[in-house]
Ligand binder design. Structure first.
Ligand SMILES: [Mg+2]
Length: 182
């Protein structure tokens, strides 16, 4: 079984710092096409999102879930699109089991669903998403659709040769499906 673990903010939806209002959820261009393609190709999808705004007391877990629901509604492929969802409420510095770049959530998926590391890909707009892939030992693909210049950040960390970065979601999906062959 192949799976893609998706970041939410800046990857699937427009990045808004500490987003907590479902009316501000806006799915990014080509996301619906890319997700549809992954589903049609038999990929299992997971959502892994750091939401430190919960730990900082800016908004509630329920607010984060409401935004996830709006995301699912806009994608339009049903409520069971994601095999599982992990919302990490901790702020940096707080004890955290699953907060990216921790590999623990990915490793838990690998165990629970009997997935091989070679068949897992993390996708995100932040260095943290790709560091998570590195820590798991799985593939990582970047999308430069968030706030920061992901390519520059990867260069700073000397990681650019390990993780391809694409300007659009569908381009990243096509790479996973047709070039990398998970
Ligand atoms: Mg992000």
């Amino acid at each position: 079984m192949n799976c893609v673990v998706l970041d939410r903010d800046g990857t699937l939806i427009r990045h808004i710092p500490y987003l907590h209002d479902p009316s501000q959820v806006e799915v990014l261009p080509t996301v619906v096409a890319g997700i549809t393609k992954l589903v049609q190709s038999g990929y299992k999808l997971f959502l892994h999102t750091n939401q430190s705004g919960i730990g900082r007391g800016y908004f509630s877990h329920a607010d984060a879930i409401a935004c996830n629901e709006e995301l699912l509604k806009q994608i339009g492929l049903g409520h069971t699109l994601f095999e599982d969802v992990c919302v990490c409420p901790e702020s940096p510095g707080q004890d955290a089991l699953y907060r990216k770049p921790s590999p623990q959530y990915g490793l838990a998926i690998i165990e629970k669903y009997a997935i091989r590391k070679n068949n897992m890909c993390y996708m995100g707009d932040n260095v943290t998403d790709l560091l998570t892939a590195k820590n798991i030992g799985c593939m990582g693909v970047g999308v430069n659709t968030g706030v920061h210049d992901l390519r520059e950040k990867l260069q700073e960390l000397d990681m650019e040769k390990y993780f391809p970065v694409f300007d659009g979601f569908l381009d990243a999906v096509n790479y996973i499906l047709y070039e990398f062959h998970l």
